[in-house]
Design a protein around this ligand. Structure first.
Ligand SMILES: Cc1cc2nc3c(=O)[nH]c(=O)nc-3n(C[C@H](O)[C@H](O)[C@H](O)COP(=O)(O)O)c2cc1C
Ligand SMILES: [Mn+2]
Length: 499
């Protein structure tokens, strides 16, 4: 027996998508060399159902791929259905409710994972010389990529040498040789911090990678929780059940028992190999590879007919926006609110490719603080850009909370009509930030600072609690009885129902 439900069992997640019409079981032969990537890309861009490739032309027979595991959908029950299913929530859960759910679990007691003797991930065990990662259908995702990527929707497991902190974190891994992978482990990310601790001890870093993980665990591994926080305990708090984990075959780490595929081994300290390029979250592919650490695989365990989940990064919306962006939104909202700032919501607009976060300001509370625009911008920048989550996002858009910041149409209208050129932007050349942002100068990439801003779309009156005129719209420009009559008679006028 293993635990069930879409949040804690990837196989159940896939079944739930199929049952709700949000995944397609593809029996046509499909090549992992570019074809699966092209289909998945078109799925994101047309908001079609997630492709489950059941008949792949490379790799051992039986292995499958799920593309676009958290793509947006056009189904009637909501665009965010595939994301909500990651957390076992109803498909029509709105972003605001999802964020509050994620934030409240940050303040709940962690629920530690439960160690079980064995689980589905041990159905097949391959060790040593028998390992050949090319047995999996390792996809070539974009024509310009420097290699095939096995890990695009999986997480690393590492633990500090003192055993006090276990980190689950999502980062990409490229196939290097038959039993090694290569990929980034940035020093600001928790895998990089823990890798450094092992380096100082002079020992290789014990490591595992989990593919086809429980979806809530994958999302938590893509969430910038503070250093020292175990993502596994957060998943327990979030789902209300401990995650079932099993001991690895070789290195004493623990991995989710029902994972589709587990790779275990160690990360080298001195050995690097060229990695990339790859189409990336900001929507571009830059040329050239970079040296990155090599991950040595000493054992592979996997379920029968394992399903490899795949993110084909690039233009939004893909998982770097729908999962990473959503998890950044939750941690940023918590950081800003915990600092006592008059903030009601934070949202990394998927359309902005995780390069900006919109922050909505409670103007009534803002007026009570007596803050001016620069003071507010500096306070938001100080709190956010100094945090682990704020390191990831270069731009903040401040806007009054008459705007629903999860609605890109409203946000664009506010930017166009409220941002004041020349005075509405505050820049922070000393703020630290992720060096992957496309517009950074060489100097900014080298120093890891700058290219960060707060853009204010607050109008002068809003600092005194006054509204920005009356929004001329269906909601604001008509008395209740007129609106009610229009809604009730809608079909009689001859219109189809609006969702
Ligand atoms: C689909 C996806 C792909 C990601 N790829 C990477 C990556 O290649 N490198 C990276 O540093 N972070 C990547 N991230 C973001 C990290 O997972 C995220 O910043 C997380 O907070 C890192 O864990 P940590 O906070 O425990 O260090 C990715 C996230 C998602 C959802
Ligand atoms: Mn972490």
């Amino acid at each position: 027996m293993t635990q069930h439900g879409s949040a804690l069992n990837f196989r159940d997640f896939v079944q739930e998508l199929l049952d709700s019409g949000d995944a397609v079981d593809i029996q046509e032969p499909v090549s992992p060399t570019l074809e699966a990537g092209a289909i998945t890309r078109r799925v994101y861009e047309t908001r079609s159902a997630a492709p489950l490739f059941g008949n792949l032309t490379e790799g051992d027979a039986g292995f499958r791929i799920l593309g676009a595991p958290a793509g947006l959908s056009t189904l009637k029950d909501g665009a965010y259905g595939r994301i909500a299913t990651h957390f076992g929530l109803p498909r029509d859960t709105a972003p605001r409710a999802l964020l509050e759910h994620l934030v409240s679990a940050m303040h709940a007691d962690p629920v530690a994972p439960r160690v079980v003797e064995t689980g589905p991930c041990k159905e097949n065990v391959v060790r040593g010389n028998d390992i050949d990662l090319r047995r999996f259908p390792v996809p070539l995702l974009h024509e310009q990529d420097g290699g095939r990527y096995l890990g695009t929707y999986g997480f690393h497991v590492v633990r500090t040498p003192d055993g006090e902190w276990t980190s689950w974190s999502v980062a990409r891994t490229m196939l290097n040789t038959r039993d090694t992978l290569v990929g980034p482990a940035m020093p600001q990310q928790h895998i990089g911090m823990i890798h450094q601790m092992w380096r100082e001890k002079g020992e290789p870093t014990p490591w595992a990678m989990v593919l086809g993980a429980p979806p809530a665990a994958l999302a938590a591994a893509g969430m910038p929780l503070p250093a020292g926080v175990d993502e596994d305990g957060y998943v327990g708090a979030l789902t209300g059940s401990p995650v079932e984990v099993v001991r690895t075959e070789t290195n004493g780490l623990y991995v989710p028992a029902n994972a589709e595929i587990v790779l275990e081994g160690w990360i080298s300290h001195d050995e690097t190999a060229p990695e990339g390029p790859m189409g990336e979250y900001h929507g571009y592919s830059f040329s050239g590879s970079r040296p990155q650490p090599v991950f040595h695989v000493e054992a592979v365990t996997h379920r029968n007919e394992a399903i490899l989940p795949v993110c084909v990064a690039g233009l939004p919306p893909e998982e770097n926006h729908t999962i990473w962006g959503t998890m950044i939104s939750a941690t940023s909202l918590d950081v800003l609110r915990s600092a006592g700032l008059p903030v009601s919501m934070a949202w990394c607009s998927y359309e902005a490719a995780t390069c900006w976060i919109a922050v909505s300001v409670d103007t009534r509370r803002l007026a009570e603080t007596g803050m001016g625009e620069k003071e507010l911008a500096d306070a938001v920048a100080g709190v956010l850009f100094g945090s682990h989550t704020g390191w990831l996002v270069p731009k903040v858009v401040l806007v009054a909370d008459d705007i629903d910041i999860t609605d890109i149409d409203q946000l664009v209208w506010a930017i166009a009509t409220r941002y004041h050129p020349g005075t509405g932007e505050y820049v922070y050349p000393q703020a630290p930030g992720i060096p992957m942002v496309p517009y950074l100068t060489e100097e900014e990439v080298r120093t890891g600072r700058g290219g960060k801003s707060v853009m204010s779309c607050l109008l002068p009156g809003q600092f005194e609690g006054r509204a920005a005129g009356v929004t001329a719209s269906f909601a604001n420009s008509f008395p209740d009885d007129v609106r009610q009559r229009v809604i009730e008679n809608w079909a009689d006028y001859g219109f189809p129902e609006v969702s």
